[in-house]
Design a protein around this ligand. Structure first.
Ligand code: PMP
Length: 350
């Protein structure tokens, strides 16, 4: 190995779901939204010539729009390039202790990647045999806590009270709740309002799922103004212009169309409920889902075989070759027509 290579920062990267180049497939592998973004997004015009200028580093238009949407103030909102960027910034900002950051063993697989890259000590806490997070396991000294709610890839939701208990037991560290999929959970599940009460709570959201803007890369966090200020200090020490001009304007247009947002979220939830019933009646075991995907297994069949065969039939699921979840497939909820085709495939395959 050349000397320079010995000094390279060697990291084990996160592996994103496949984005196949082939057309006409049923793509249910990366939890995208089957409906397009709000048509109002396509009408959001930006002056093409304005692209010669740097974007607004404070992302003011979108920060203000989100503050209004969440009935809060703009000093409590941070916007980034997808929630991946927001969470990475939060890891850099808040997880800086000798004590380990805690997160579940089965969770978003990017968390250990950021921790390893940034040299952050962490411990994974096993979820129970039914994939439940056990709150008491988080009642101990730590350098921070993060988990998604609903969790990924299990799709399981914990209650607000559950999170309040974790917050009460953890006043000395920052608790991050990653609400990437919360819009697909029953109303009242979000803890975003609790950021008013708990100064150490950060709630992270994304436009990639419920707002169908994965391609624009927009995510945000809501929290106490002090938390947001610390995150901005780190952001401005790293890259001031994370958000490009079109993203900012498209993001604003999306938030303005609440009716479309609610209608498409409802369609996905309805399709999910119908799909779950159908595949359960075929013998699948499906975890209770509060997300735009389901986590399911078919007893007696290897998930990887179903995954491979589906792919040959132009249907893409996500399979994790990982302890404890090797039997499961993660299936994004598409349109009714797409899910009917999935059911037809299951019928002929099984
Ligand atoms: N959190 C969770 C739990 C996710 O599944 C994802 C999607 N991969 C993200 C965050 C990141 O989403 P995005 O960067 O598109 O906002």
């Amino acid at each position: 190995m050349a000397y320079w290579e010995e000094n390279v920062r060697k990291v084990e990267p996160y592996v994103p779901g496949e984005q196949p180049k082939v057309k006409n497939i049923i793509k249910l592998n990366t939890n995208e939204n089957p409906y397009g973004p709000s048509p109002k997004v396509s009408k959001a015009v930006f002056d093409f010539d304005s692209l010669r200028k740097y974007p607004d580093p404070a992302v003011t238009l979108l920060v203000e729009k989100l503050a209004e949407y969440h009935n809060t103030t703009k000093d409590r909102v941070f916007v980034g390039v997808g929630s991946d960027d927001v969470i990475a910034m939060a890891f850099m900002t808040f997880f800086n202790s000798d004590k380990p950051v805690l997160f579940p063993d089965i969770t978003y697989s990017f968390y250990p990647v950021w921790a390893n890259m940034l040299g952050i000590k962490y411990e994974t806490i096993p979820v129970d045999k039914d994939f439940n997070i056990i709150k008491e396991d988080y009642y101990r000294e730590n350098g921070g806590i993060i988990f998604p709610n609903p969790n990924a890839p299990t799709s399981k939701l914990v209650s607000r009270d559950f999170i309040i208990d974790i917050l009460k037991a953890n006043k000395d560290s920052v608790v991050i709740i990653d609400e990437a999929y919360i819009d697909f959970a029953k109303e009242g599940s979000s803890i975003i309002d609790l950021t008013e009460e708990y100064e150490n709570l950060l709630c992270v959201r994304t436009f990639s799922k419920s707002r169908s803007l994965a391609g624009m890369r927009i995510g945000y966090a809501v929290g106490n103004a002090k938390l947001i200020k610390y995150m901005n200090d780190v952001k401005y020490s790293y890259n001031s212009y994370t958000m490009n001009t079109p993203s900012i304007l498209y993001g604003v247009a999306s938030v303005e169309d609440d009716a479309y947002f609610k209608e498409t979220v409802k369609k996905i939830v309805d399709t999910r409920e119908k799909f779950v019933k159908e595949i359960e009646s075929m013998g699948f075991i499906v975890l209770p889902s509060a997300a735009n995907f389901v986590f399911a297994k078919y007893p007696g069949r290897d998930a990887v075989d179903i995954f491979d065969e589906a792919k040959k039939n132009g249907i893409y699921f996500r399979y994790f070759d990982q302890d404890r979840i090797r039997d499961y497939l993660r299936i994004t909820i598409g349109t009714d027509e797409e899910m009917d085709k999935v059911i037809d495939f299951f019928k002929s395959y099984l």
